[in-house]
Design a protein around this ligand. Structure first.
Ligand SMILES: *[C@@H]1O[C@H](CO)[C@@H](O)[C@H](O)[C@H]1NC(C)=O
Ligand SMILES: *[C@@H]1O[C@H](CO)[C@@H](O)[C@H](O)[C@H]1NC(C)=O
Ligand SMILES: *[C@@H]1O[C@H](CO)[C@@H](O)[C@H](O)[C@H]1NC(C)=O
Ligand SMILES: *[C@@H]1O[C@H](CO)[C@@H](O)[C@H](O)[C@H]1NC(C)=O
Length: 355
């Protein structure tokens, strides 16, 4: 009898251990790629000439008023997505990893200033390098787990891609104003590269993609300053609109040509136009000026340690001349997670994770 109980107990323990391992391997992880919208501290580890925001008042609304290297006053889009899909913590910056177990809930490869093109952003971690970094992580996991369970783990994981704004913004100012041929050439140039990057991630095992499109960048405080009565730069917005339309078409094509490829496209362009044309509806009072900075619309100078900043941060759409406040990040995440098809198509992230 005693022997039987022991055997039963051991078997039970074995089963519990087994199921813990299995759920550990299949519960969602999030791998984040992108730019300053989702950087959670990678740039802090780069040489001193890289763009950094690891000083106050950045992070003033983050727990402990900590300047973590996030390009906002508090949490960002990546944090809200991670939380909503059930992670206790936002995936850590790739450059902060010190042991393999930290990879099991995902990793954040994003770098402020980065673009799809290697030439965008200078001394930062370009998208191609972020994907190479992921390749290392995948190889590392494969060494420690069974190959089959790594494949299953990646298949269930969310690949959160937020990139392209820096490419568009940089290239726009090299075009002749109003030339739509040049705009379309620019879109093709960037998306051809993006296509190959997504295919590479797919070949490494990624299946569920959440792509956040490029915003109406012409409505950033920085872009409004030179325009009369601080209206949006509609010529820049036109380039962004072309880019987002072509991105949607690209994702649809990929889902038809790559077996098992699933995606949610977060239409940040559409989100911006709705939020900015009806700010009250989304809880915002100030959508033109940044909260922290100097000069017109607080958009002529960067947000530095000696810069003044607003007190009602939750009422501002923009924290500085070009980055959303935590409040706007949260709204963007809500719309990408649970929004109607206008904001997230063909499904939202919540639906993508259930399928
Ligand atoms: C896996 O990652 C851990 C932590 O970064 C590191 O110590 C280990 O050497 C890595 N292994 C491989 C094979 O890359
Ligand atoms: C627009 O740009 C294209 C390609 O650079 C050029 O061939 C064309 O002449 C330009 N059109 C105008 C109206 O400037
Ligand atoms: C704030 O600091 C920057 C860089 O340290 C400096 O260039 C600028 O003049 C300072 N501004 C004021 C208002 O003190
Ligand atoms: C902050 O919000 C309060 C309450 O809505 C308002 O009375 C006050 O004027 C706002 N201050 C600023 C600086 O926007």
């Amino acid at each position: 009898m005693a022997k039987k109980t022991t055997t039963f107990l051991l078997l039970n323990l074995f089963l519990v251990a087994l199921s813990t391992l299995t759920t550990a391997a299949v519960s969602p992880a999030v791998f984040v790629f992108g730019d300053s919208l989702v950087d959670v501290g990678n740039n802090n580890f780069l040489p001193s000439d890289a763009p950094k925001v690891n000083f106050p008042p950045w992070g003033i609304d983050y727990p402990g008023r900590t300047p973590t290297g996030r390009y906002t006053n508090g949490f960002n889009y990546a944090d809200y997505i991670a939380k909503a899909v059930g992670l206790a913590m936002s995936p850590p910056p790739f450059l902060s990893l010190s042991n393999g177990n930290q990879m099991l809930r995902g990793v954040n490869f994003a770098s402020g200033g980065a673009g799809i093109l290697d030439t965008t952003g200078g001394d930062v971690i370009a998208m191609a390098t972020q994907i190479e970094d992921f390749e290392q992580v995948a190889a590392n996991l494969t060494e420690r787990l069974r190959k089959k369970s790594v494949a299953l783990f990646l298949e269930k994981s969310l690949f959160n891609l937020i990139i392209g704004s820096n490419d568009i913004y940089t290239l726009y100012y090299l075009l002749s104003p109003g030339n739509s041929t040049q705009k379309d050439e620019t879109v093709v140039l960037i998306l051809d590269k993006f296509k190959h990057q997504i295919e590479k991630l797919y070949n490494l095992g990624a299946r569920k993609f959440a792509v956040l499109g490029v915003a109406a960048l012409g409505c950033l405080p920085l872009a409004r300053v030179p325009i009369s009565s601080y209206a949006c730069n509609e010529d820049l917005n036109d380039l962004c609109l072309r880019f987002k339309t072509a991105t949607e078409a690209l994702l649809k094509d990929l889902s038809l040509s790559l077996k098992g490829f699933q995606y949610s496209f977060g239409d940040l362009y559409e989100m911006f136009t709705h939020i900015l044309s009806d700010p009250q509806e989304y809880g915002f009072k100030e959508i033109k000026a940044g909260c922290c900075g100097g000069g017109r619309l607080n958009a002529e100078y960067n947000c530095l340690p000696n810069t003044t900043y607003c007190s009602n941060r939750s009422q501002y759409a923009f924290w500085d001349r070009s980055h959303p406040t935590q409040a706007l990040h949260k709204t963007m995440a809500q719309l990408a997670l649970y929004g109607q098809p206008l904001f997230a198509n063909p499904v939202n992230i919540h639906q993508l994770m259930k399928s």
